[in-house]
Design a protein around this ligand. Structure first.
Ligand code: SF4
Length: 282
Protein backbone atom coordinates (compact mmCIF):
# COMPACT_ATOMS: atom_id res chain seq x y z
CA UNK A 1 0.00 0.00 0.00
CA UNK A 2 1.44 3.36 -1.02
CA UNK A 3 1.78 5.86 1.81
CA UNK A 4 0.58 9.33 0.79
CA UNK A 5 1.97 12.25 2.79
CA UNK A 6 0.21 15.53 2.11
CA UNK A 7 2.02 18.73 3.10
CA UNK A 8 0.36 20.69 5.92
CA UNK A 9 0.60 23.95 3.98
CA UNK A 10 -0.86 22.94 0.63
CA UNK A 11 -3.22 24.96 -1.51
CA UNK A 12 -4.61 28.49 -1.35
CA UNK A 13 -2.53 30.97 0.63
CA UNK A 14 -3.99 34.02 2.33
CA UNK A 15 -3.41 36.34 -0.67
CA UNK A 16 -4.97 33.98 -3.20
CA UNK A 17 -7.97 33.25 -0.96
CA UNK A 18 -8.47 36.97 -0.51
CA UNK A 19 -8.24 37.70 -4.27
CA UNK A 20 -10.66 34.92 -5.25
CA UNK A 21 -13.19 35.89 -2.54
CA UNK A 22 -12.98 39.56 -3.52
CA UNK A 23 -13.53 38.68 -7.19
CA UNK A 24 -16.51 36.43 -6.44
CA UNK A 25 -18.06 39.01 -4.11
CA UNK A 26 -17.65 41.68 -6.82
CA UNK A 27 -19.27 39.41 -9.41
CA UNK A 28 -22.20 38.58 -7.10
CA UNK A 29 -22.88 42.27 -6.40
CA UNK A 30 -22.56 43.41 -10.04
CA UNK A 31 -24.43 40.87 -12.11
CA UNK A 32 -25.08 43.23 -15.04
CA UNK A 33 -21.62 44.74 -15.31
CA UNK A 34 -18.59 43.62 -17.28
CA UNK A 35 -15.87 42.43 -14.93
CA UNK A 36 -12.31 41.91 -16.13
CA UNK A 37 -8.90 41.08 -14.79
CA UNK A 38 -5.79 42.11 -16.68
CA UNK A 39 -4.07 38.76 -16.94
CA UNK A 40 -5.20 35.86 -14.76
CA UNK A 41 -6.33 36.77 -11.22
CA UNK A 42 -4.09 33.99 -9.90
CA UNK A 43 -1.86 31.52 -11.75
CA UNK A 44 -4.21 28.57 -11.88
CA UNK A 45 -6.13 27.97 -15.15
CA UNK A 46 -8.79 25.79 -13.50
CA UNK A 47 -9.64 28.62 -11.08
CA UNK A 48 -9.67 31.27 -13.83
CA UNK A 49 -12.05 29.04 -15.79
CA UNK A 50 -14.36 28.91 -12.76
CA UNK A 51 -14.16 32.69 -12.43
CA UNK A 52 -15.17 33.05 -16.10
CA UNK A 53 -18.33 31.08 -15.28
CA UNK A 54 -19.10 33.86 -12.76
CA UNK A 55 -18.57 36.47 -15.50
CA UNK A 56 -15.01 37.45 -14.56
CA UNK A 57 -13.08 37.60 -17.80
CA UNK A 58 -9.31 37.61 -18.13
CA UNK A 59 -8.16 40.13 -20.79
CA UNK A 60 -4.64 40.68 -22.07
CA UNK A 61 -4.51 44.45 -22.76
CA UNK A 62 -5.92 47.56 -21.01
CA UNK A 63 -7.35 48.66 -24.40
CA UNK A 64 -9.73 45.71 -24.18
CA UNK A 65 -11.47 47.27 -21.18
CA UNK A 66 -14.01 49.99 -21.93
CA UNK A 67 -16.51 49.88 -19.10
CA UNK A 68 -17.49 47.97 -16.00
CA UNK A 69 -15.09 46.83 -13.31
CA UNK A 70 -11.40 45.95 -13.45
CA UNK A 71 -9.96 43.73 -10.74
CA UNK A 72 -6.26 44.22 -10.06
CA UNK A 73 -4.72 40.73 -9.79
CA UNK A 74 -3.04 39.28 -6.71
CA UNK A 75 0.33 40.04 -8.36
CA UNK A 76 -0.38 43.77 -8.56
CA UNK A 77 -0.29 46.01 -11.61
CA UNK A 78 2.33 48.24 -13.25
CA UNK A 79 1.50 51.84 -12.17
CA UNK A 80 1.44 53.11 -15.76
CA UNK A 81 -1.11 50.47 -16.73
CA UNK A 82 -3.12 51.30 -13.62
CA UNK A 83 -3.08 55.01 -14.61
CA UNK A 84 -4.33 54.10 -18.09
CA UNK A 85 -7.22 52.17 -16.57
CA UNK A 86 -8.02 54.93 -14.09
CA UNK A 87 -8.54 57.30 -17.05
CA UNK A 88 -11.34 55.07 -18.36
CA UNK A 89 -14.89 55.00 -17.05
CA UNK A 90 -14.35 51.89 -14.99
CA UNK A 91 -14.39 51.02 -11.30
CA UNK A 92 -11.29 49.40 -9.84
CA UNK A 93 -11.24 46.62 -7.26
CA UNK A 94 -7.75 46.03 -5.89
CA UNK A 95 -7.02 42.36 -5.17
CA UNK A 96 -3.24 42.89 -4.94
CA UNK A 97 -1.91 40.65 -2.17
CA UNK A 98 -0.94 42.88 0.79
CA UNK A 99 2.54 41.27 0.80
CA UNK A 100 3.07 42.38 -2.80
CA UNK A 101 1.65 45.81 -2.04
CA UNK A 102 4.14 46.13 0.80
CA UNK A 103 7.05 45.60 -1.63
CA UNK A 104 5.62 48.23 -3.98
CA UNK A 105 5.56 50.68 -1.05
CA UNK A 106 9.11 49.76 0.03
CA UNK A 107 10.58 50.42 -3.43
CA UNK A 108 8.64 53.69 -3.74
CA UNK A 109 10.25 54.85 -0.48
CA UNK A 110 13.73 53.65 -1.50
CA UNK A 111 13.34 55.55 -4.77
CA UNK A 112 12.45 58.75 -2.89
CA UNK A 113 15.54 58.26 -0.71
CA UNK A 114 17.77 57.90 -3.80
CA UNK A 115 18.75 54.28 -3.27
CA UNK A 116 19.68 52.14 -6.24
CA UNK A 117 17.05 49.44 -6.03
CA UNK A 118 17.82 45.80 -6.69
CA UNK A 119 14.84 43.53 -7.36
CA UNK A 120 15.53 39.81 -7.16
CA UNK A 121 12.95 37.98 -9.23
CA UNK A 122 11.78 36.61 -12.54
CA UNK A 123 11.57 39.46 -15.07
CA UNK A 124 8.62 37.93 -16.93
CA UNK A 125 6.46 37.57 -13.81
CA UNK A 126 3.62 40.15 -13.45
CA UNK A 127 4.50 40.77 -9.79
CA UNK A 128 8.06 41.73 -10.77
CA UNK A 129 6.83 43.91 -13.64
CA UNK A 130 4.58 45.78 -11.22
CA UNK A 131 7.33 46.22 -8.59
CA UNK A 132 9.76 47.42 -11.28
CA UNK A 133 7.16 49.98 -12.34
CA UNK A 134 7.09 51.43 -8.81
CA UNK A 135 10.89 51.22 -8.42
CA UNK A 136 11.49 53.24 -11.59
CA UNK A 137 13.84 53.05 -14.56
CA UNK A 138 17.02 53.08 -12.49
CA UNK A 139 16.17 49.88 -10.62
CA UNK A 140 18.12 46.75 -11.44
CA UNK A 141 16.59 43.33 -11.85
CA UNK A 142 18.59 40.31 -10.79
CA UNK A 143 17.48 36.81 -11.69
CA UNK A 144 20.53 34.87 -10.59
CA UNK A 145 23.59 34.96 -8.35
CA UNK A 146 25.87 35.32 -11.41
CA UNK A 147 24.21 38.67 -12.27
CA UNK A 148 25.75 40.24 -9.14
CA UNK A 149 29.30 39.82 -10.48
CA UNK A 150 28.54 42.09 -13.42
CA UNK A 151 27.41 45.01 -11.21
CA UNK A 152 29.63 48.04 -10.45
CA UNK A 153 29.90 49.53 -6.94
CA UNK A 154 27.06 51.73 -5.67
CA UNK A 155 26.76 54.46 -3.07
CA UNK A 156 23.71 52.88 -1.47
CA UNK A 157 21.67 49.83 -2.35
CA UNK A 158 18.17 48.73 -1.32
CA UNK A 159 17.22 45.10 -2.05
CA UNK A 160 13.83 43.40 -2.29
CA UNK A 161 12.77 39.97 -3.55
CA UNK A 162 9.73 38.73 -5.44
CA UNK A 163 7.48 37.11 -2.79
CA UNK A 164 7.99 33.61 -4.20
CA UNK A 165 11.79 33.56 -4.53
CA UNK A 166 13.90 30.84 -2.96
CA UNK A 167 15.05 31.93 0.51
CA UNK A 168 18.45 30.31 -0.01
CA UNK A 169 19.09 32.06 -3.33
CA UNK A 170 18.00 35.44 -1.95
CA UNK A 171 20.33 35.11 1.04
CA UNK A 172 23.22 34.22 -1.27
CA UNK A 173 22.57 37.22 -3.55
CA UNK A 174 22.33 39.59 -0.57
CA UNK A 175 25.62 38.28 0.84
CA UNK A 176 27.32 38.97 -2.52
CA UNK A 177 25.78 42.43 -2.75
CA UNK A 178 27.62 43.35 0.44
CA UNK A 179 30.75 43.56 -1.71
CA UNK A 180 29.11 46.15 -4.00
CA UNK A 181 28.37 48.92 -1.51
CA UNK A 182 29.11 50.28 1.96
CA UNK A 183 25.44 51.00 2.53
CA UNK A 184 23.10 48.03 2.01
CA UNK A 185 19.46 47.83 3.06
CA UNK A 186 17.94 44.35 2.69
CA UNK A 187 14.21 43.66 3.04
CA UNK A 188 12.92 40.16 3.65
CA UNK A 189 9.99 40.30 1.27
CA UNK A 190 9.62 36.58 0.58
CA UNK A 191 6.17 35.92 1.98
CA UNK A 192 5.44 33.62 4.87
CA UNK A 193 3.24 31.30 2.82
CA UNK A 194 6.12 30.79 0.36
CA UNK A 195 8.68 30.19 3.10
CA UNK A 196 6.49 27.62 4.86
CA UNK A 197 5.79 25.76 1.63
CA UNK A 198 9.49 25.72 0.71
CA UNK A 199 10.50 24.41 4.16
CA UNK A 200 7.88 21.70 3.93
CA UNK A 201 8.97 20.74 0.41
CA UNK A 202 12.48 20.06 1.67
CA UNK A 203 11.25 18.28 4.81
CA UNK A 204 8.82 16.05 2.93
CA UNK A 205 11.16 15.28 0.01
CA UNK A 206 13.66 13.86 2.51
CA UNK A 207 11.08 11.45 3.92
CA UNK A 208 9.44 9.94 0.83
CA UNK A 209 10.51 8.10 -2.31
CA UNK A 210 8.77 10.34 -4.84
CA UNK A 211 7.10 13.74 -4.94
CA UNK A 212 4.03 15.12 -6.70
CA UNK A 213 3.73 18.90 -6.90
CA UNK A 214 0.32 20.26 -7.89
CA UNK A 215 -0.25 23.72 -9.33
CA UNK A 216 -0.51 25.89 -12.43
CA UNK A 217 2.33 25.40 -14.91
CA UNK A 218 2.77 29.22 -14.84
CA UNK A 219 2.75 29.43 -11.05
CA UNK A 220 6.15 30.68 -9.84
CA UNK A 221 5.78 29.30 -6.32
CA UNK A 222 4.69 25.86 -7.59
CA UNK A 223 7.63 25.66 -10.01
CA UNK A 224 9.95 26.58 -7.14
CA UNK A 225 8.56 23.75 -4.95
CA UNK A 226 9.14 21.22 -7.73
CA UNK A 227 12.68 22.53 -8.24
CA UNK A 228 13.51 22.27 -4.54
CA UNK A 229 12.37 18.66 -4.46
CA UNK A 230 14.31 17.81 -7.64
CA UNK A 231 17.44 19.45 -6.25
CA UNK A 232 17.27 17.01 -3.35
CA UNK A 233 17.42 14.21 -5.91
CA UNK A 234 13.83 13.12 -5.37
CA UNK A 235 11.96 11.97 -8.53
CA UNK A 236 9.33 14.71 -8.88
CA UNK A 237 6.42 15.46 -11.17
CA UNK A 238 4.68 18.83 -11.51
CA UNK A 239 1.04 18.43 -12.53
CA UNK A 240 -1.84 20.86 -12.88
CA UNK A 241 -4.65 18.43 -12.16
CA UNK A 242 -5.41 14.77 -11.44
CA UNK A 243 -5.68 13.71 -15.08
CA UNK A 244 -2.10 14.93 -15.73
CA UNK A 245 -0.67 12.31 -13.39
CA UNK A 246 0.97 9.44 -15.24
CA UNK A 247 0.33 6.51 -12.90
CA UNK A 248 3.46 4.74 -14.22
CA UNK A 249 5.39 7.27 -12.12
CA UNK A 250 4.08 5.62 -8.95
CA UNK A 251 4.76 2.02 -9.97
CA UNK A 252 6.62 0.08 -7.22
CA UNK A 253 6.55 3.13 -4.94
CA UNK A 254 6.04 2.76 -1.19
CA UNK A 255 5.69 6.44 -0.26
CA UNK A 256 4.82 9.65 -2.07
CA UNK A 257 4.78 13.25 -0.87
CA UNK A 258 2.12 15.64 -2.18
CA UNK A 259 2.73 19.39 -2.30
CA UNK A 260 0.55 22.08 -3.79
CA UNK A 261 1.33 25.66 -4.75
CA UNK A 262 -0.33 28.67 -3.16
CA UNK A 263 -2.83 29.02 -6.01
CA UNK A 264 -4.02 25.40 -6.12
CA UNK A 265 -7.60 24.89 -4.94
CA UNK A 266 -8.40 22.12 -2.42
CA UNK A 267 -10.64 20.25 -4.86
CA UNK A 268 -7.73 19.64 -7.26
CA UNK A 269 -5.57 18.30 -4.39
CA UNK A 270 -8.42 15.98 -3.31
CA UNK A 271 -8.85 14.77 -6.91
CA UNK A 272 -5.16 13.88 -7.17
CA UNK A 273 -5.20 11.97 -3.88
CA UNK A 274 -8.40 10.16 -4.89
CA UNK A 275 -6.75 9.13 -8.19
CA UNK A 276 -3.73 7.67 -6.38
CA UNK A 277 -6.00 5.76 -3.97
CA UNK A 278 -8.11 4.45 -6.85
CA UNK A 279 -4.98 3.17 -8.56
CA UNK A 280 -4.23 1.19 -5.39
CA UNK A 281 -7.68 -0.40 -5.37
CA UNK A 282 -7.57 -1.54 -8.99
S1 SF4 B 1 2.12 33.51 -2.20
FE1 SF4 B 1 2.37 35.10 -0.64
S2 SF4 B 1 2.54 36.99 -1.81
FE2 SF4 B 1 1.70 35.48 -3.20
S3 SF4 B 1 -0.51 35.76 -3.01
FE3 SF4 B 1 0.08 34.17 -1.54
S4 SF4 B 1 0.38 35.27 0.40
FE4 SF4 B 1 0.43 36.77 -1.25
Amino acid sequence: MIKIRLAKHAGFCFGVKRAVNLALKTAAANKNKKIATLGPLIHNPQVTRDLAVHGIIDVTKPQMVRSGIVIVCSHGMHPLVLDKIKRKRVAIVDATCPFVRKIEMIVKKLKRENYTIIIVGDKKHPEVKAITGYAGKKSILIEDTQDVGRLPRFKKLGVVAQTTQSVEKYEKICRELMGKTDHLKVFNTICDATQKRQEEAVHLARKVEKMIVIGGYDSANTKRLAKLSQELGRPTVHIEQARDLDLEFLKNTQSVGVLAGASTPDWIISDVIARIKKMEES
